[in-house]
Each structure stands twice: as C-alpha cells, then as structure tokens.
Design a protein around this ligand. Sequence first.
Ligand code: FES
Length: 129
Amino acid sequence: MPDALSDLNMTPQLLCDSVALQECGDAVTFEVMESGRVAPAFALRFDNQAVAYLNRCAHIPSEMDWQPGQFWDQDKRFIICSVHGALYDPPNGQCVSGPCMGAQLQPIALIEKDDQVYWYPSQHFQPLC
Ligand code: FES
C-alpha cells in the first residue's frame, strides 16, 4: 500500500544564489503548493541568516509586502505587514507588535550550500508541479 508521505517531493529546491539575499535587502519571492493551492512565500537575510516564510500575515491571511519583495520596516529591524503594521521578528517569524502579537509566520526551512539557497519541501509545502 503506498505511503502518502512517500509520494511527496522532499528534494531541496533551488531558490536563488546566496548573493541575492543581501543583509536586510529585498526579499526573494517564490511560490509553493500548499494543500493543492499556490501560495506566495519569501526569503530574506537578517543577522547573516537566510530565512523564509509564507507570505501570509498571522492577523488576516493576506500578503504582507508593501511593494513586491519589500517586507522591512523603516529601520530594517522587523518584517512588517503593510496592511495593519504587525511587526515580526525575522529570525523566528514571531509577531512582536500589532494586532496578532505572539502569533507566528509559517516558516519554510532553508539551507545554504555552495553559495546557493535551497528551500526544503515538507508535508505542508511542496514545489509547484
Ligand atoms: S493583515 Fe497583517 S497586520 Fe493585519
């Protein structure tokens, strides 16, 4: 009997060159499949660490960037939702200010290897077909 998990593609997916993620620079946006639907996601670098999240605010499920790929607040310290101003801590995606304080962005695992960034599919997030 086939195992549903064995049908999932868990191969790390090339996202971009490491240099594309500059410290507190614009995000690299991409899409994943989530429960059969295309969902927007983004990756950025903070404190020399590349992180990625679903582009979906924990307050109301809307996209957060105020311009495509632009997620930083004015001081480039927090990820900001352009809708109502929730602030998220970049390393862990936790909301530290705003209407969804304490809630969290949905993380997507990344790895950097040989100057390239890959994202890891999971049971929740799969590559586009
Ligand atoms: S939708 Fe993001 S803070 Fe309200």
